[in-house]
Ligand binder design. Structure first.
Ligand code: SF4
Length: 325
């Protein structure tokens, strides 16, 4: 009998506690952190460091799994709709639980657990919504919520004795007192605030993501990451100009540039790095240069702006777009 479970790990207190509650009864826990362009990106920058951090801080084993592609596909048309912004919370949970169930065999685990608490979130942690997640993720009997298990039907792991139901909890509602008390008993002092970190619930960024989805046929991870940095201009010809606001953003913009993008810089004055994407021809070139010029501080009379395409293939077209003196 495998006494091993996969816990969906957001990094917030509830998923830490769910893991600790299971560990306390001798179950081996593997924390799964799913990554998309909208959450978890920081962990992806240095996965080994993130794993070491979680191990050191909470004594937990972490695995990072990138589900960006499936997530973006779902985001176009989530069957249960969006929350207040572009957050498809129910479909997001369904996708993550379904994915975790599909990983059970690979990890030699018997069940999937989450840090959900019944009644805590209006959209995704109502009893009916929690039931929908189980049903649509094909996780019947496989999805355990250790923090509120006493309010739920026993799962297969409990029925088969892999998990001791009597040592699970019956927390409910929006209050955080119980969780804070529990954190204290596990000696967890330093933990992130709840519900932070999902950019789909950000009022400004979600609007930008939506614009990108409406304008471009198949936006990918790179498009959504680019949308998170700099100033953005969506031009009438369908092209997209991104202008860095500081050195960090300039570097990020350059790092995200890809085949056929045009990188714009001022040659003889300090100024931003800009990226022009999805241009069709040079029709908007003057408009793009005018926008760019606005952000070059103390531009000299003879400001020289360089437009560079990065790929060898696109470089051949460079002459068409030319350099601006
Ligand atoms: S807030 Fe974001 S990460 Fe959280 S459930 Fe909703 S869509 Fe998923």
């Amino acid at each position: 009998m495998k006494r091993r479970g996969l816990v969906l790990f957001s990094g917030g207190l509830d998923s830490i506690l769910a893991s600790k509650v299971l560990e306390a009864q001798g179950i081996e826990v593997i924390c799964i952190k799913f990554i998309t362009p909208f959450f978890g990106q920081r962990a992806l920058k240095d996965p080994e460091r993130e794993k070491a951090r979680v191990k050191e801080k909470y004594g937990l084993t972490l695995e990072l799994i990138d589900i960006s592609q499936e997530f973006i596909e779902m985001l176009h048309d989530p069957s249960h709709g969006y929350g207040k912004y572009l957050n498809p919370c129910l479909d997001c949970k369904i996708l993550m639980v379904r994915k975790a169930v599909s990983l059970l065999e690979d990890f030699g685990a018997s069940f999937v657990a989450t840090g959900e608490v019944i009644g805590q979130r209006p959209m995704s942690q109502r009893r009916d919504a929690m039931r929908i997640v189980e049903r649509d993720a094909c996780a019947d009997g496989l999805l355990l919520r250790p923090l509120c298990a006493k309010h739920m039907r026993p799962t297969k792991a409990e029925i088969e004795g892999i998990v001791d139901r009597s040592r699970l909890l019956g927390i409910s509602g929006r209050g955080r007192k119980e969780q804070m008390r529990l954190a204290e008993t596990f000696g967890i002092k330093d933990y992130p605030t709840p519900a932070g970190g999902c950019l789909l619930a950000d009022p400004i960024l979600s609007g930008r993501f939506k614009e990108i989805m409406d304008r471009y046929r198949d936006p990918d991870t790179n498009d959504f990451l680019l949308a998170q940095t700099g100033r953005h201009f969506f031009l009438e010809d369908g092209s997209w100009l991104v202008v860095g606001r500081n050195q960090g953003e300039n570097r990020q913009i350059e790092a995200l540039s890809r085949k056929d993008d045009i990188i714009i810089k001022a040659k003889n004055a300090p100024g931003p790095t800009a990226l022009w994407r999805n241009y069709k021809d040079k029709a908007s070139k003057e408009e793009v240069l005018a926008i760019f010029r606005r952000y070059v501080k103390k531009a000299p009379e003879d400001l020289c702006i360089v437009m560079n395409v990065l790929s060898a293939e696109a470089r051949e077209d460079d002459s068409n777009l030319g350099h601006e003196q």
